[in-house]
Design a protein around this ligand. Structure first.
Ligand code: PEP
Length: 254
């Protein structure tokens, strides 16, 4: 945790969830009691097909909603794409950009990610920018240089704590059940904080840095209390409201 940064737990449903999954959203909204909502922000990023229904369900509750990706342009001939403005029109608060699955599956480059971040800002969305090294890069001791490059090239000038959240997600920890050791996470998050502070000054010092990669109820307390870990981006464990709420419980006594 970082003093004065309200933690954020964001659930990334990925390509999971049809309308019958909306009951999980209702359970989340009901489970996020006032005491917990004071301690952390909780957001869910469902598939685009459920976005507007999700924001409607979350209306008048502390639960926030985000999208998983956007196109950089406002509109036009881009079949199958969704603009940040369309996401904003659905009344979402966040948009994940640069998730490693998109970098791998869709060949998104740092420059593509930076353009999407600017699109989010243009549409008044907070961008959750994902960065993280592969297992080969980790094994080769290249994690810091990879992250430095991703921070320089995926996060445009103008990033502030209000418009940008950084999610450190080691690619080898996503969906694998493996996590870096708490000491490794402490070290890498301190490195990310230094890089952000150097680039964005006080804004970098106040920017939310999430950890993502196999966070679950059983490891949440240990991982989320680490210095400069200001919350979590949660994949698999966000699909069940009870699991995501159990992760949030790590903050109740803070
Ligand atoms: C993710 O995809 O952002 C993620 C962190 O997944 P998981 O929690 O399943 O590792």
């Amino acid at each position: 945790m970082t003093p004065d940064i309200k933690p954020l737990v964001a659930g990334n449903w990925k390509m999971n969830g049809e309308r019958d999954k909306l009951d999980q959203l209702a359970l989340l909204a009901a489970g996020l009691d006032a005491e917990l909502a004071e301690k952390l922000d909780l957001a869910v990023c469902p598939p685009a097909t459920l976005l507007y229904v999700a924001t409607t369900l979350a209306e008048d509750t502390p639960l926030m909603v985000g999208a998983q990706n956007c196109h950089a342009e406002v509109e036009g001939a881009h079949t199958g794409e969704i603009s940040a403005e369309m996401i904003s029109d659905c009344e979402a608060d966040f948009c994940i950009v640069g998730h490693s699955e998109r970098r791998t599956d869709c060949g998104e480059t740092d420059a593509d990610v930076a353009a999407k971040v600017k699109a989010c800002w243009r549409a008044d969305l907070t961008a959750i920018v994902c960065i993280g090294e592969t297992e080969a890069q980790y094994d080769a001791g290249e994690a810091e240089s990879v992250l430095r490059g991703q921070i320089s090239n995926s996060i445009p000038d103008g990033a502030e704590e209000e418009n940008t959240v950084v999610a450190y997600e080691p690619v080898w920890a996503i969906g694998t059940g493996k996590t870096p050791s708490p000491d490794d996470i402490r070290e890498i998050h301190a490195f990310i904080r230094e890089e952000l502070a150097e680039r964005f000054g006080g804004h970098g010092e106040r920017m939310t840095i999430l950890y993502g990669g196999s966070v679950k109820p059983s490891n949440a307390s240990e991982l989320l209390m680490i210095e400069n870990v200001d919350g979590a981006l949660v994949g698999g464990a966000s699909l069940k409201a009870a699991d995501l709420l159990a992760i949030c419980e790590a903050y109740r006594k803070t």
